[in-house]
Design a protein around this ligand. Structure first.
Ligand SMILES: Nc1nc2c(c(=O)[nH]1)N[C@H]1C(S)=C(S)[C@@H](COP(=O)(O)O)O[C@H]1N2
Ligand SMILES: [Mo]
Length: 253
């Protein structure tokens, strides 16, 4: 038979006091650490950013999750009938009222400094690809939506952007440069990544990024920039609107 261990009332009381003191101590240490981190200067100058210890954790997350991202991982796709008819509109940074669709052009700044100036018609001449997938916003909602456009990889091949896609990142910005993203090249060249000009078989609505937006199935919505104005290439990380506000640079799924 197992030996039973019996404690006196006093012993139990003592154990309770010790456990409670340890609990209070740890809680106070956590609060002190939190106050300390909160008061540290942000790492991104005028733009804000986050405190360095928080950045360290973000960098670690990034290291782990950027590995899980490779160009063979395809997002799940759905039959056309699954797509919502009225897609939610989220985020209107860089989509100002003063935008003039008549003068819009896509400016692609090449590695040698030359600029390609393209119209929507130029883009529409390239092979078209459609996709229905679950679009996920980092705020916690998702929605099955139907998009049409040109694969970024087809676009790069058609315009002989070989030197450009051998770089590590592509940067994109709205015509007014209010919203901007940096996309790692493997994700840009992913077979489901579209330069998109249609939603539900119709031209993109104004508030969904007319005339041209990105659709990146392997990233959270923050990377799917609406209303692309300029595109450029770099081996350094291009500036990224939500990264500067503390979100993960890659925001992969
Ligand atoms: N120009 C621009 N693009 C943007 C945003 C924005 O505010 N401005 N918001 C992003 C975010 S957070 C999401 S979830 C998606 C939303 O796309 P939707 O409005 O078509 O649903 O667009 C992304 N692209
Ligand atoms: Mo989002």
């Amino acid at each position: 038979m197992e030996k039973e261990i019996l404690y006196t009332k006093k012993q139990v009381q003592r154990k309770n006091i010790i456990a409670f003191s340890v609990f209070i101590f740890l809680m106070m240490a956590a609060i002190a650490a939190w106050i300390h981190v909160k008061n540290l200067p942000l790492d991104n100058g005028l733009l804000g950013g986050v405190q360095p210890p928080i950045r360290k954790v973000l960098n670690l997350n990034e290291k782990i999750f950027s590995r899980s991202l490779d160009s063979t991982h395809l997002a799940k796709t759905y039959p056309l009938s699954f797509a919502v008819k009225k897609a939610r509109v989220n985020g209107d940074i860089g989509m100002g009222e003063d935008f003039d669709p008549a003068t819009w052009k896509l400016y692609v700044i090449k590695a040698n400094g030359d600029t390609l100036t393209l119209s929507l018609e130029d883009i529409k001449k390239l092979p078209k690809t459609e996709i229905v997938f679950d679009f996920k916003c980092i705020e916690g909602w998702s929605q099955v939506t139907h998009w049409g456009g040109v694969k970024f990889s087809d676009f790069a091949a058609a315009y002989h952007l070989n030197n450009e896609v051998s770089m590590k990142y592509v940067g994109m910005a709205t015509p007014d440069v209010e919203y901007y993203v940096g996309i790692d090249m493997p994700s840009a060249l992913h077979p489901q990544t579209l330069i998109c000009y249609e939603m539900n078989g119709k031209p993109l609505p104004m508030n969904q990024g007319y005339p041209l937006r990105m659709i990146i199935t392997v990233k959270y919505g923050i990377k799917s920039i609406k209303r692309i104005g300029t595109m450029y290439f770099d081996n350094e990380r291009p500036p990224d609107y939500w990264f500067e506000r503390g979100y993960d640079y890659f925001s992969g799924l």
